[in-house]
Design a protein around this ligand. Sequence first.
Ligand SMILES: Nc1ncnc2c1ncn2[C@@H]1O[C@H](COP(=O)(O)OP(=O)(O)OP(=O)(O)O)[C@@H](O)[C@H]1O
Ligand SMILES: [Mg+2]
Length: 303
Amino acid sequence: MRNVISFLNMKGGVGKTTLCKEIGLYLSRNNKKVLLIDVDPQGNLTQSIFEKFKYRHEYESETENNKKYRICKATISNVFEYTSVVEGAKEADFILTLDENLSIIPGDLNAVFFERSGGSSESENAIKNLIEDFNIKEKYDYILMDCPPTFSFYTTAALLASDFYISPIHPDSYSVLGIDLLFQVAERLRKVYRDRFKLLPLEHLGVIFTNIPRPRSIPTGMQNMMDDIRGSKVLRDLQVNFFNTIFHSNKEFSKKIDYFIADSNSELSYRNLRDIVTEFEKSIHLLREDQRMERGGEDGEES
Ligand SMILES: Nc1ncnc2c1ncn2[C@@H]1O[C@H](COP(=O)(O)OP(=O)(O)OP(=O)(O)O)[C@@H](O)[C@H]1O
Ligand SMILES: [Mg+2]
């Protein structure tokens, strides 16, 4: 399988982390093997998952409340320090297995203090090399990466390892510019790292509107904004795919960081998430079919 997907938008607070963890848990609860990777030094994905599965990093101080949390030694910092030429690296240095179907390469809350603006080519390629060296694509149906809201070493490392990227947006008057910029960034990467992308294309799965009220409660201004974004000439020229399903608002997210729709009893949100995941899997399938046709219809998958 080649399903490595980055959740990407340079704009902050648009729902990247929320959508990534929700799609990830939903897929894992529906018999798919999922690896989450927290590439964002803010570590929000890790915080949510650690709270839900009761883990903490060694350096997080023990309090009365988190005494019963297990210690996790795996971190993404070990990935960025990983070089394929040094022997002795173990999967457990990077990957924390949460249950039968779900694992995570957790972020490192300490990483926010590290200066990683440049990054050597070795560390830029670290996620990609690790995935190859440990045959990680064979072990998971989906690898989902939560990216920071910046164009940085972290996003380069994520995109170099990705087959697809998906862009959550919360509609505002800068959304069109933001997506245009994202496409320019991806195009630049394809040029700079042409050998890498010649072998494995990086394709846009689509834009998905997030944190939108339920259908009959969408304010007219917001609905018009979404229509304008969908219909904008710039995005039509770029042939941007928009998910038909929008990710509706759910108040529980702001109340509990360990809230997950797939494990909740919210029927409306569950159905909404199910539709998003169906479209997500379908978009991947369709793009793969296109790629196969372009290669001349052969069935073999390159890794
Ligand atoms: N569907 C939703 N319903 C309600 N709140 C949501 C929804 N999606 C996201 N949010 C809230 O919006 C805020 C931003 O979401 P999130 O952290 O997922 O964005 P992000 O793009 O990952 O942000 P950053 O760029 O800082 O990483 C959070 O408080 C989150 O709980
Ligand atoms: Mg985030």
